[in-house]
Write a protein that binds this ligand. Structure first.
Ligand code: PHE
Ligand code: ZN
Length: 866
């Protein structure tokens, strides 16, 4: 019995979607007064509360770690017996239908290591409230369907905190008698408390402006430490481009007179869309050629756009409850992906997005943490900011946009925004707006929101010479996922084309809707068997298996006019060779080498596309293609193929590497493409084993006038053993030791290196004086990167597992959210051999036995062990 009690006490409550009930009390207005100080901040809150419907339930205000110093109802101080605390929440019985509630609490932001609520970062005070951080600031119904108008007064020491920012517009400011200063901001748009924000600190501003489509001038500000001002230009450009794009593509105009962004060094995620005051992880704001790679530049552009787009998809229309998270996140990722595609290359952007989807989301779908895009239950909502909610959610919107076409999709989104402006909506509301605005039946399509797991599609082509027809047989299936043993067939839109071998063209693409478990489609006019190009543009987030020969794939890799399908054919060609080799078959590698050569020398291709197409699939992706992952065999096979490609085409790599050297840095697409191809050529050249490989890499490292080439050279060197490797790592460290974001790259590059000693090196780096658990970026750059390094992390000794588990245990005491995000690689044990699986489970059990473990880590580890 004692045992049972302790398990019960330790197992945290499960929140279920079905249990949703509208709020008992609404809060139309809130007035907040912050007396700011890192050691002792006092917060006075005045809430106007209104009974919602006829009921006699008490008022319950969520609180997390708060002690009420004063509680007043309609101005009358309550005695301590007139309120109670229930699991942190403040309970007040109320008799009337409308009251004014006043509370006073005190916090120490400088001791807030969870980075949720009000915390200190690099001398600033800032807030993070999504998902449930506001309850760490004041007592409030902390749920997204309670929308309030905010008035915020902040008071602070003007020397340490000269700048005071909050949501909405600044309306008043002044000095108090005691030498402190204050400012008041009000936000005219009712919002849920997760969108509340304030920032106080010594900040400099990159100020600019934007004139909206209706001619209003908006003041834009990007606030950073003075020394970082020169690194904010790219973010500002991205912001203005985003504002123009949302007007042009969705008809969405910005709605306040000011829009501010603040960069902070310590942040759990990428950035946060607080109304009129976005707060960013500095890595998604700061960029200059010396310290940022092209990928970093694109990250800044994409995340600035993402947060800006939330102003409509998230803020003007918010979520009813957290089960609807993908309503704002999936849609907003879809919007930022299309924006970035419009700013650069559609083809390359799609390839990059699919690579991310497969690496993060397909793995999630195939493991113990699989969940639907609209989950049915959770223990800790912070654990549901996942690739499924974000990236698969975006794929769902993309499929709807494809099935509807651009005009009808726009009609659907217009209806959605018009109908739900100012509301807290559901995924179902979005789908219904698409159905009604776009004129389509999405009945079966809704299963994409309900069923977890990645659909498998098998495509078989049968040619009939007599009738000159082909029959395409499509079969779908979906593996079971936790809690969902049996699946219903999905509605899968597949862009498909059939290529004539002669003439290398097709007769037009068709959108096939696969809705049944098995379905066949017949096409006429084929004297000879055509070549199948399917799931073009990756029109559906599914795994397709075909019976195409290596010859057919080589054909498509040279002729497919859909860039994604062309890329995919090339990747499949390589996967077949590698998976065959790993299984001990003697698959012909020559076709791969020839396809790579033909692609590289094709004058019509964009260099950035070439670089994507010829890159070998990652070790992790190869693992996903195997029944059981064999990390060592995968590494050996991939390494050998890379060497052969390097050797057989060595003159080509030397030529490209020399030819793509720029005289000076530019951010044009042409320059970015050249750098991407140059870095790929370097990998191939060094892999060939030529004696001067390390020297060539070192000179690229040494001569580069930009981080894209410098880091790529460092990463290439880091995979091998050479004096140049040690020299470059040293130089890099000494050059950037005082620049946190760039020093992160030093940790990350080593943790990600395909080097036999990586696991020992990571252990050492965890003791490095510059390593700290208190900065999430630093933790991710070491242990996050390491968890994604299949070969090193799965070192058969189990050392890698132990290192990550140790980190999770130590970090959980400071920052449970970030600790929980390190769990998934350990949870994939059933994909590995028995010895590794046992070691991984052992580490998960060790974590779970830790006393005082957070809800966050308990949920992720518990589910991983089931
Ligand atoms: N809502 C943020 C976004 O734009 C992500 C986030 C979630 C940030 C939770 C902080 C905390 O995707
Ligand atoms: Zn978002």
């Amino acid at each position: 019995m004692a045992d049972m009690q302790s398990t019960n006490a330790a197992s945290p409550a499960i929140i279920r979607r079905q249990d949703y009930r509208p709020p008992d009390w609404l809060v139309p207005e809130i007035d907040l007064d912050f007396a700011l100080d890192p050691a002792r901040t006092q917060i006075r809150a005045v809430l106007s509360v209104a009974r919602n419907g006829a009921h006699d339930r008490y008022l319950k205000l969520d609180g997390d770690g708060l002690v009420p110093l004063e509680v007043k109802v309609d101005g009358r101080p309550l005695e301590s017996g007139e309120w109670t605390l229930d699991g942190g929440a403040l309970i007040i019985p109320l008799t009337g239908d409308a009251h004014q509630i006043e509370t006073l609490v005190e916090l120490a932001p400088e001791n807030n290591s969870k980075l949720m609520g009000l915390y200190a970062s690099g001398g600033l005070l800032c807030t993070q409230c999504e998902a449930e951080g506001f309850r760490r600031i004041t007592f409030f119904p902390d749920r997204p369907d309670v929308l309030s108008r905010y008035s915020v007064r902040m008071e602070a020491d003007p020397a340490r905190f000269p700048v005071l920012l909050a949501n909405g517009d600044p309306i008043e400011q002044g000095s108090s008698a005691d030498g402190r200063h204050w400012a008041r901001w009000t936000d005219p748009f009712p919002k849920p408390c997760y969108l509340f924000a304030l920032v106080a600190g010594d900040l400099a501003c990159n100020a600019d402006s934007f004139v909206t489509m209706s001619g209003r001038e908006v003041k834009l500000g990007i606030w950073v430490k003075e020394a970082d001002l020169p690194r904010t230009g790219h973010a500002m450009e991205a912001l203005k481009n985003s504002m123009a794009w949302d007007e042009r593509v969705y008809g969405r105009e910005y709605d306040l007179d000011v829009f501010n962004i603040v960069a902070v060094a310590d942040f759990n995620f990428g950035a946060m869309e607080n109304k009129g005051l976005n707060i960013f992880n500095s890595r998604y704001i700061l960029a200059d050629p010396e310290t940022a790679t092209d990928i970093d530049y694109d990250g800044v552009e994409g995340v600035v756009a993402h947060e800006y787009f939330h102003n409509w998809s998230g803020n003007r229309v918010t979520c009813r409850d957290w089960f609807q998270l993908s309503l704002k996140e999936g849609f907003t990722v879809f919007r930022d992906q299309n924006f970035s595609a419009d700013m650069g290359s559609h083809a390359v952007k799609r390839i990059e997005d699919v690579r991310v989807l497969r690496a993060a989301q397909f793995q999630e779908d195939a493991g113990p943490l699989a969940h639907p895009v609209r989950p049915e239950s959770y223990i800790e909502i912070s654990n549901f900011y996942t690739a499924t909610i974000y990236n698969k959610g975006a794929e769902l919107i993309r499929m709807m946009a494809l099935m509807l076409g651009p005009e009808r999709f726009r009609a659907g989104s217009d209806l959605y925004f018009k109908r739900h402006d100012g509301q807290a909506a559901t995924c179902e509301d979005f789908v219904r707006a698409m159905e009604e605005g776009g004129g389509i039946d999405l009945g079966q399509f809704r299963r994409w929101y309900e069923q977890a797991g990645t659909p498998h599609v098998r495509a078989t082509l049968r040619h009939d010479e007599a009738t000159q027809t082909v029959e395409l047989l499509l079969e779908q299936s979906m593996p079971p996922t936790p809690g969902q043993p049996d699946k219903q067939p999905m509605a899968i839109p597949l862009r498909t084309a059939l290529f004539d071998r002669i003439g290398s063209a097709h007769k037009g693409e068709e959108l096939l809707m696969l809705t049944q478990p098995q379905q066949s489609f017949t096409f006429g006019g084929f004297a000879e068997a055509p070549v199948l190009s399917i799931n073009r543009g990756f029109s559906a987030p599914v795994i397709v298996a075909t019976d195409r020969s290596q010859g057919d794939l080589a054909f498509l890799s040279a002729h497919d006019d859909d860039p994604f399908a062309r890329y995919e054919a090339m990747q499949q060609l390589m996967v077949n060779v590698l998976v065959g080799r790993i299984a001990g078959q003697n698959v012909d590698e020559a076709a791969v080498v020839a396809a790579i050569r033909d692609t590289v020398v094709d004058p019509h291709l964009d260099p950035a596309f070439i670089a994507e197409a010829i890159r070998l699939p990652s070790e992790a992706y190869l693992g996903d293609q195997m029944a059981k992952v064999d990390p060592d065999a995968i590494h050996i096979a991939r390494d050998a193929l890379q060497r052969r490609i390097g050797q057989e085409l060595e003159p080509l790599w030397r030529d490209i590497h020399a030819r793509t050297k720029a005289n000076s840095f530019s951010l044009s697409s042409a320059a970015k493409g050249a750098r991407k191809l140059r870095n790929t050529a370097l990998i191939c050249l060094v892999a060939s084993g030529v004696p001067d490989g390390a020297a060539v890499a070192f000179s690229q490292f040494d001569e580069a006038d930009n981080m894209t080439e410098r880091q790529a050279a460092l990463a290439t060197l880091a995979n091998g053993a050479s004096d140049e490797r040690e020299a470059a790592l040293d130089i890099f460290y000494n050059r950037y030791r005082n620049d946190a974001l760039t020093l992160d790259k030093w940790f990350q590059t080593q943790a990600f290196a395909l080097h036999p000693d990586t696991v020992d090196l990571v252990e050492e780096l965890g003791r490095h004086p510059d390593f700290t658990l208190s900065n999430p970026n630093r933790v991710r750059s070491l242990y996050g990167a390491f968890g994604g390094n299949q070969w090193a992390f799965h070192h058969r000794s189990g050392k890698g597992y132990r290192l990550v588990a140790n980190c999770i245990i130590a970090l959980d005491k400071l920052n449970p959210q970030t600790a929980a995000r390190l769990v998934p690689p350990l949870g994939r044990w059933c994909r590995f051999d028995d010895e590794r699986a046992a070691l991984m489970r052992g580490e998960l059990q060790r974590i779970l036995a830790e006393p005082g473990l957070s809800k966050d880590v308990t949920e992720q580890v518990g589910k991983s062990l089931e």
